[in-house]
Design a protein around this ligand. Structure first.
Ligand code: ADP
Ligand code: ASP
Ligand code: MG
Length: 401
């Protein structure tokens, strides 16, 4: 007998039939003699709908009240799934994040899990209950409900698996696993049998929403092996694990992130300390900067460009006005950009990956605005309108059709 954590995303529980389908999968796992803890997300587009509802009331709602609102989505799912399990004759109990012991910090909307107090979970499991836990939420020191950031149910599942030392952690979703590119966009993408934590972390951070990046970070930290698989086809999925036993692939995946804006600052004095002044200003407001490009100084000035998430673009630009005489007309925000990346542990030891990627883009006539690399990834910033074509072309360059 094993202890198995199973997580089902929003599309997997979108309506009554889908909830019943999930109940069957969970029930079969339980019937085989396993203890099961299930984590679910809000049904379908519920979270987006709730955000829209808040928008009808307030342009800038309180973050605390947003969390109060958004946690309700998962509350619906856990109750319905526990009922569906009951209908099939299984003993099941639903728990909200706080009941399941999720203690978080008090950063509403993007809270971090501090601990999972497992007493209640363990008691319910010991009673042979199937425990259905609301993902994406916890409680902070002020006894307020918090949410973990979009896609956070994946992290809830990994946190439970780590805290209970579960034998398996399965992430069920609407595709058959982790693919070499988003299978909805690239028809020739294929499912990977395995991927390392580091590669998955890069892919998730660079736009592959199939797993939330913090869930991968946590899985690596606590050595929780993940399986990503489909709620609809009974097939083996993708195993996410430590890379020691993995065959290194030059490129494991291609991904796109449209949530970026480029900010260019021109006529910055070409003297020491300018980059420090600009980026410490942004850091003081906890604005995360991604790719940075600085031009060679000419006639005593230089240009500095960088990318931030779109939500932070206006604030970032505003913050820079006045820094060492930077004028509003020297700052340009471009929100029509996207980042396309290739990820693979093999590129560390194989030269030529970048040139192959750039050739694919050149053949499509796509202009590269910025480039960033690490040992296992190469990212380019391009025009958003060309991003899907770029992903397709780069994918074809690295993977046989
Ligand atoms: P869930 O609701 O189950 O959490 P998500 O919508 O968050 O599901 O994530 C699944 C989606 O991620 C898929 O439908 C797919 O379109 C998208 N996706 C993006 N990149 C990839 C990739 N490399 N492999 C698999 N799916 C991907
Ligand atoms: N329901 C939340 C969201 O839409 C959490 C999740 O799906 O993981 O972001
Ligand atoms: Mg998700």
């Amino acid at each position: 007998m094993a202890l198995i954590v199973q997580k089902f995303g929003g599309s997997s529980v979108a309506n009554a039939d889908k909830v019943r389908n999930v109940a069957r999968i969970v029930g079969d796992t339980y019937k085989a003699g396993n203890d099961v803890v299930v984590v679910v997300s809000a049904q379908g587009d519920t979270t987006d709908d709730l955000i829209a509802k808040a928008g009808e009331i307030s342009a800038k709602p309180s973050k605390r009240e947003m969390d109060m609102l958004l946690t309700s989505g998962e509350q619906i799912s856990v109750a319905l799934l526990a009922m569906a399990l009951g209908e099939l004759g299984y003993p099941a109990v639903s728990l909200l994040g706080w009941q399941a012991g999720f203690q978080t910090d008090s950063k509403y909307g993007a809270a971090r899990i501090k601990s999972v107090e497992t007493a209640r979970l363990q008691m319910e499991v010991a009673r042979r209950n199937i425990v259905v836990v609301a993902g994406f939420q916890g409680i902070c020191k002020y006894d307020d409900m918090t949410t973990l950031g979009r896609g956070g149910s994946d992290t809830s599942a990994v946190a439970i698996a780590a805290a209970l030392r579960a034998d398996r952690c399965q992430i069920f979703t609407d595709v058959e696993g982790v693919f070499t590119a988003d299978p909805r966009k690239v028809k020739s993408a294929y499912k990977l049998d395995e991927i390392s934590y580091d590669e998955m972390l890069e892919l998730a951070t660079l736009g592959a929403q199939v797993l939330n990046n913090r869930s991968v970070e946590m899985a690596k930290k606590y050595n929780v092996e993940l399986e990503v698989l489909s709620s609809y086809t009974n097939k083996p999925g993708t195993i996410v694990k430590e890379d020691t036993a993995l065959e290194k692939m030059l490129v494991r995946g291609v991904t796109k992130d449209s949530d970026c804006a480029r900010i260019s600052v021109t006529e910055v004095p070409d003297v020491p300390g300018e980059a420090f002044k600009i980026f410490s200003k942004l850091a003081s407001k906890r604005i995360n900067v991604d790719i940075i490009l600085q031009s060679v100084g000419r006639a005593g000035t230089k240009d500095i460009s960088f990318t931030v998430s779109r939500a932070n673009a206006a604030e970032a630009a505003q913050l820079l006005v006045g820094v060492d005489g930077i004028k509003p007309e020297n700052i340009v925000i471009d929100t029509t950009v996207a980042k396309v990346s290739v990820v693979g542990a093999g590129m560390e030891t194989h030269p030529g990956t970048a040139s192959k990627m750039f050739e694919a883009l050149y053949n499509q006539g796509i202009n590269i605005q910025m480039i960033a690399t690490s040992e296992i990834k190469i990212s380019v910033l391009i025009n958003e309108s060309e991003a899907d074509r770029a992903v397709q072309a780069v994918h074809s360059a690295f993977f046989a059709e």
